[in-house]
Design a protein around this ligand. Sequence first.
Ligand code: FAD
Length: 401
Amino acid sequence: MSAVGSARGWRMVRVAVVGSGIGGLSAAIALRARGFQVDVYDQAGELSEIGAGVSLGGNGMRVLDALGLGKAVRDVSANLHRIEFHHWLSGDIFYEHPMGAWYEQRFGGPFLGIHRADFHHILISAYDGEPHLGRRCVAVHESPDGVELEFADGSAAGADVVVGADGLRSAVRTHVDRSDEAVFSAMSCFRGLVPVDRVPGGDTFGLTFFLGPNRHLVAYPVRGGELINFVAYVPDPEWTLESWSARCAPEEAVAAFEGWSPVVTALLASSEETGRWALYDREPLRNWSTGRVTLLGDAAHPMLPHAGQGTNQAIEDAAALAAYLSNPQLSVSEALRSYEHLRKARTRQIQLGSRANATCFQVPDGPPADERNARLRNLPQMVGWIHEYDVYAAMATGSEA
Ligand SMILES: Cc1cc2nc3c(=O)[nH]c(=O)nc-3n(C[C@H](O)[C@H](O)[C@H](O)COP(=O)(O)OP(=O)(O)OC[C@H]3O[C@@H](n4cnc5c(N)ncnc54)[C@H](O)[C@@H]3O)c2cc1C
């Protein structure tokens, strides 16, 4: 247990984390590393992650290195050696830039593609405990002295601090702010993993974009380059199902990209299992915390995936939350306020930027695409503030974004 200063003197702090996704587990690991007693609760009946990839940038890797997880993560990832933007029809590259060593030198950490299941496995091992499964949080009861979580199975659990890491549809968020709804983007994505030897030129893939009118595709290797992960975005106001387990036939994805470069359609056709996911986010939240309850990751700032930052921001959150809560100068509520203050401006900007990226990636050919392509030449400068960010340095200087 950890002794943490409070307005009323020193006392022991028990933290309950709701959600065992990447955000919740990162927070639990960071809190345990600082000596807190942590319990993680998840609605899922068993631990699993979906068959899909996720990208980790220098900003997220800085935290994972500090938590001692950097080597394990690097060992199972693919280091993305370059970024390439291709024309949707011709397949021609209209912008490319080295990543790999260049990225690491510029931003202080690598840019990796990792299979979510591999990453989750590393986090669960590092958490070194058993999350309480089958515990769907349905209500949060907060008093000046503590918090009680109420679960759908009728059980309850007490804690001094509650961290809502329960994703886009967070139950804990409704305790903090009842007012907002998830915002449907009217866009969904097809997702899949393809063995690299089935992808024409797959062994040369870095972070690869194909951009076209109303659609785009992102692909990159994971698992040391064994698999190519793809996410293909299409407008669809009818498909509203947001579920990692929703499946569709690969032919549906191929049909949605009919007429595109054969590289794209061959990739989509080669997927053994194609998932389909409707994309939602929320408006930036005004307040994340009450006296003893706060939010983290998608529960706090769900964002569209077009900046590849949802996971990275959840990992940054975890580092900041653990550091502030363990600061003996701060009471619990002061620690949560400091955490929120540090994180809010940055995550808000990335939430809104992710929305803007969707529009920018899918402009029609002609002058709008030409203008976008010209702007892409400044890509390293445009995204530098996201990738070079050092959450530990930001806490030391108290700077918000
Ligand atoms: C298509 C797509 C591609 C993406 N690509 C990237 C990328 O390349 N890079 C990147 O950084 N991010 C990416 N993201 C974003 C990233 O997936 C999310 O931001 C990240 O997974 C959020 O993690 P989280 O732990 O906050 O929430 P989640 O992963 O949603 O985890 C929430 C957990 O809470 C549990 N839970 C929910 N409700 C309750 C409840 N009431 N009680 C108990 N438990 C509950 C759930 O079972 C789950 O385990 C992508 C997202 C999408 C949709």
